[in-house]
Design a protein around this ligand. Structure first.
Ligand code: FAD
Ligand code: NAP
Length: 353
């Protein structure tokens, strides 16, 4: 029988290393194990929350939930042609290891997404993206099971969503919206190319490659991956060394009119047109930095990283800092940005209280 741990400390389950306890925690490797866990817990007064490696969550200190991790790793090839290969990747697979494995095997597309922490199963939730590349460019389908609702023992119905069913958007999907905590993703089908077609549009990336190799043309997949890794390591705190959850705030999307208003008042404000729309994206990091928070320490060891104004860090992990302390500091930042720019910063990690 599968063992469900009750009153489980959450500290090692989230990269912010926030302190607290979850009512229960279980790891499953198959649908049979999932059924066993559900049979053991269906009369319990807690709901189920799927969890990956905990790199994009804020976990409350007294969570009345069963945190459920799907652990199966690896992939199999389900389709192949001279130009493409389609992989079915198990949800428990570490994302970065998959990216490196694909590059080694000469299956291309994921290079710009190197070193993003977390699992393959969590990647569709916010349609992970970096340096102008997003997961949805490769998704064929996402499969899993619907989780039973509170206190029922109904069998889990399976699903397979096509890419259009997933309603992918900018750091968004149906899984963050109407299906939040309603499904456990068990695998993701990804179609990769056998031809290397690098995306080098981001200045940070092209400048780095230029400096390193004198030119961008002729960059190899491995060089591109290494560049992404080097840039990220130079700017982002490693969660194993300094607890964090990556970007804490989403970039702000505004209308053309709003962008014009802001640009008139703040001519130095960076902004980027959003593809296939009349809207603009304003980097949250710039807004937070303008309000003087970059590198600032709050109370209890919570603070803003000195190189990345949207990364909140927890230097107080040993002192049992909790989600409410982190969120109260985040609110101070949100209020400052709202007061100065009239823009509302949305928190990116999923909050469970
Ligand atoms: P978790 O944090 O465990 O979970 C996140 C959400 O997914 C939760 O709501 C959870 O319920 C749900 N979930 C997890 N697994 C499943 C499953 N099997 N089925 C259903 N729901 C599930 N993100 C980017 O997009 N781009 C970046 O460049 C990036 N850089 C980062 C850098 C750092 C240093 C850090 C700490 C984070 C970064 N992130 C980035 C955020 C994070 O890496 C991604 O969101 C990642 O996909 C989270 O994976 P996880 O396994 O840790 O998910
Ligand atoms: P950066 O390269 O310094 O760029 C700053 C911001 O400007 C980013 O938010 C980026 O938007 C935007 N930007 C830059 N060039 C752009 C272009 N040519 N077109 C459109 N938008 C552009 O960013 P960074 O903070 O060092 O991060 C690098 C990449 O990794 C970014 O894509 C970022 O999203 C990703 N990242 C994400 C997380 C996370 O937790 N979500 C954490 C770390 C890094 P986008 O953010 O939309 O790309």
């Amino acid at each position: 029988m599968k063992i469900v741990e009750e009153n489980r400390s959450i500290r090692d389950l989230n990269t912010l290393k926030l302190a607290g306890t979850a009512a229960a925690y279980a790891e499953v490797h198959s649908r049979n194990e999932l059924t066993e866990v559900l049979q053991q817990t269906h009369r319990k007064p807690y709901r189920i929350v799927p969890l990956g490696e905990g790199s994009n969550v804020v976990l409350g200190s007294m969570l009345n939930v069963l945190l459920l991790r799907y652990m199966k790793q690896g992939f199999k090839v389900i389709d192949e042609s001279t130009e493409h290969i389609t992989l079915r990747v198990a949800a428990g697979q570490n994302w970065h290891q998959l990216v490196m494995h694909c590059v080694q095997n000469e299956w291309y597309g994921l290079e710009n997404l190197a070193l993003i922490p977390g699992t393959v199963g969590a990647a569709p939730i916010q349609n992970i993206g970096a340096y102008g590349v997003e997961l949805n460019q490769f998704v064929v389908s996402v499969s899993g099971v619907f989780l039973p609702q509170h206190n029922t023992n109904q069998a889990c119905e399976v699903f397979q969503f096509s890419v259009s069913d997933c309603h992918f958007g900018y750091r968004n999907s149906i899984f963050r919206g109407e299906l939040r905590d309603r499904v456990l993703i068990t695998s993701v089908d990804l179609k990769l190319s056998k031809k290397f077609n690098p995306e080098l549009g981001y200045p940070a990336l092209s400048d780095f490659l230029h400096n390193e190799y004198g030119s961008n043309s002729g960059v190899t997949p491995r060089q591109l991956c290494d560049a992404v890794i080097a840039i990220r390591q130079s700017k982002l705190p490693d969660p194993d060394v300094l607890p964090n959850a990556g970007s804490f705030f989403k970039n702000v999307i505004v209308s053309e009119k709003e962008n014009h208003r802001l640009k008139t008042k703040y001519p130095d404000m960076p902004c980027f047109p959003v593809e296939n729309s009349t809207h603009y994206k304003i980097p949250a990091a710039w807004l937070v930095e303008q309000c003087g928070f970059k590198g600032r320490q709050g109370e209890n060891g919570i603070g803003v990283h000195e190189k990345q104004a949207i990364v909140l860090v927890n230097r107080g992990a040993e002192d049992n800092v909790t989600a409410s302390e982190l969120l109260s500091f985040a609110k101070t930042i949100q209020q400052a940005v709202s007061g100065r720019f009239g823009l509302e910063l949305e928190i990116e990690p999923q909050i469970y209280e």
